[in-house]
Design a protein around this ligand. Structure first.
Ligand SMILES: *[C@@H]1O[C@H](CO)[C@@H](O)[C@H](O)[C@H]1NC(C)=O
Length: 592
């Protein structure tokens, strides 16, 4: 056990090392007077769906006259998240104001007119970056009136002027605002003259605090959020108390009963006075069906839990949310670096459950998550390519991801599996396994293992659904998720609740003399995925204004992935908790 924990610490160090280059990549954000500033145009897309984005220049905008582009760094996370930075061509120098200047013009052919019209009608807005600070502006505007029904779409207007206000503190940029102006009615055949202006102002905002204006404490630290955390916390205390009390009492009673039984003579016992979990002692340690898949799922679940914990901790320590794509990049690196966790737990479990084809099992473990994730992403990607969205992942990025899998994930999983087989591959089970499986008695419908599995996810879901609302809102709408402290708490609460609930489920199952607890324990944790996915339907209908094939595929594809990840993790928590429980109770059993 000590070896294993030392090894895990070593692993965390490796993970930290692997991530640091990805975290510290940006230039130092210090400028001399007159030094070049680069305005990056990012994406344009409908206001109502943050995740549907197209490269800015897919709309017939034009670039400024400046051609020289200073160095720019892109990370895998950025590419996977559909960031597509392109130089705007605008000439800007630190500390030097620019009066209103025309930088380019566009003659509106029928085609360009239609493109703008479509964009304005769908409330498109675009995003820009100056010194890593994001800015947003609407493409245009139409009619008068308060909502879409009152407005007429006959006259559309496009904003052709951009005014940049740059707040400067010493030699650093601490604040940027963009204001659009000059509302030009959109007509085919006219020429649009795009202008810009830059004003520098002294600002008192400190450099560390410059991202604070993008955060929304009123939203994230709303009373409801605190309340739900408190609520879940109380639930945990209550649940843990309840579970320990019930189990202690019933188990003690069971043990007393069983030891009394031992004193009775054989004839009396043969009359069938015994019932309950003791009856299946010859079968509980029988390996489940589909051992290979089972251990691959559990191994993957351990890895996901580990990745989630590491990423949350890294983000809390490094305020990573301020950098584009860095959370995702970190997650990918941590995932690659923690592959041994998957191999270790999966391989160890497989060996304990008497599996023999361990190479095949390791391959399955290493492939499971990447295969599922890439299938989902590729599907969404095809739709994205069809709609020409910037979401389409560049080929080189895909190649990098494949290489990471082949040269990092696979070998590390193998190493983990070898370690797992040797260090955790044997277990002295407290009861012998009967050669012939015991028939499973008839039981009430609610004791059926599928029903138990299905109900198991309900309470864990209850403890996280408020947090899921916040996570979804920051993913699908324009909010930066930054309350990772909350997330850590919810993660811990979820772990405890899942373990408690599955232990109770396992007890009920075994007590109904059904020994197939491995899968039931796993599934009763994993069924939280089902509820999360159902919740995503509710969220789609009630909270978003998405429509169309692209957005729908995108939304439900990614929600399914999210639900699956949560499910695998909870399933593993459930199984881990239950196996400790099962081992404990049968160890204390006095067998004749
Ligand atoms: C940007 O806008 C905010 C809010 O209107 C204002 O407080 C801030 O001073 C502006 N910054 C600059 C540099 O003009």
């Amino acid at each position: 056990m000590a070896a294993a924990s030392a090894w895990i610490v070593a692993l965390a160090l490796v993970a930290a090392l692997c991530c640091s280059p990805a975290i510290a990549d940006e230039h130092d954000h210090k400028y001399d007077h007159g030094e070049e500033l680069v305005l990056w145009m990012n994406t344009v897309g409908p206001y109502h769906n943050r995740q549907e984005t197209y490269s800015f220049f897919t709309l017939p905008f034009c670039k400024g006259p400046k051609k020289a582009i200073s160095h720019h760094h892109e990370t895998i996370g950025e590419n996977l998240q559909g960031v597509s930075l392109q130089f705007s061509g605008l000439d800007m120098k630190f500390g030097i104001n620019v009066p209103t200047t025309e930088f380019c013009s566009v003659e509106l052919t029928e085609k360009k007119y239609k493109a703008f019209r479509y964009a304005i009608k769908n409330h498109y807005w675009y995003q820009m970056y100056l010194d890593d600070l994001p800015m947003w502006a609407l493409v245009g505007d139409f009619g008068a009136g308060h909502n879409d029904k009152e407005r007429s779409t006959d006259t559309m207007f496009i904003w052709t002027h951009k005014k940049f206000d740059v707040g400067v503190n010493g030699n650093r940029i601490v604040d940027v605002n963009v204001t659009t102006g000059k509302r030009v009615p959109l007509k085919p055949g006219i020429t649009l003259h795009f202008t810009y202006e830059v004003n520098f102002k002294q600002s008192k905002v400190s450099f560390d605090k410059r991202f604070d204006k993008y955060l929304d404490p009123h939203f994230f630290q709303h009373r409801i959020h605190w309340f739900s955390i408190f609520n879940s916390f109380m639930m945990v205390i209550f649940l843990v108390g309840l579970v320990t009390m019930i189990l202690m009492r019933t188990l003690r009673k069971d043990f007393v009963r069983y030891s009394k039984d031992n004193e009775l003579d054989d004839i009396e016992r043969d009359l069938g006075d015994e019932y309950g979990w003791k009856q299946v002692h010859g079968d509980v340690f029988r390996p489940p069906d589909n051992v290979m898949l089972f251990s691959a799922l559990v191994g993957t679940g351990y890895q996901i839990a580990f990745v989630a914990l590491c990423v949350i901790l890294f983000v809390i320590m490094g305020d990573l949310y301020t950098e584009r794509g860095s959370v995702l990049t970190t997650a990918i690196f941590v995932y690659a670096a923690t592959s041994p966790v998957n191999g270790y737990f999966g391989g160890g479990l497989y060996a304990r459950l008497k599996g023999t084809q361990w190479i095949k099992q390791t391959l399955l473990s290493a492939l499971l998550m990447p295969a599922v994730v890439s299938t989902a992403i590729l599907l969404v990607n095809f739709v994205a390519i069809y709609y020409n969205a910037s979401r389409a992942i560049p080929f080189t990025t895909m190649l990098v991801v494949v290489c990471i899998w082949l040269f990092v994930v696979l070998p590390l999983t193998l190493v983990g599996a070898v370690l797992g087989r040797n260090l955790a591959g044997t277990m002295d089970i407290p009861c012998r396994i009967n050669p012939v499986p015991r028939p499973i008695p008839e039981k009430k419908w609610f004791m059926h293992r599928w029903v138990i599995s299905l109900l198991g996810g309900l309470l864990p879901f209850g403890s996280i659904f408020i947090e899921i609302y916040f996570v979804f809102t920051s993913f699908w709408a324009y909010k930066v998720y930054y309350v990772y402290g909350f997330m850590l708490l919810v993660f811990l609460i979820l772990t405890i609740v899942t373990v408690c609930v599955t232990v109770v489920c396992t007890y009920f199952l075994l007590n109904s003399e059904d020994y197939r607890w491995h899968w039931t324990a796993f599934l009763s944790g994993a069924s939280v995925a089902l509820y999360v996915y159902m919740y995503s339907f509710y969220y789609y209908v009630m909270k978003t204004k998405m429509s169309g094939a692209f957005q729908t595929t995108f939304y439900f594809g990614y929600s399914a992935l999210f639900a699956l990840v949560v499910g695998l993790m909870c399933g593993t928590f459930g199984y881990a908790g239950s196996s400790v429980f099962v081992y404990r109770i049968y160890k204390n059993l006095k067998l004749d």
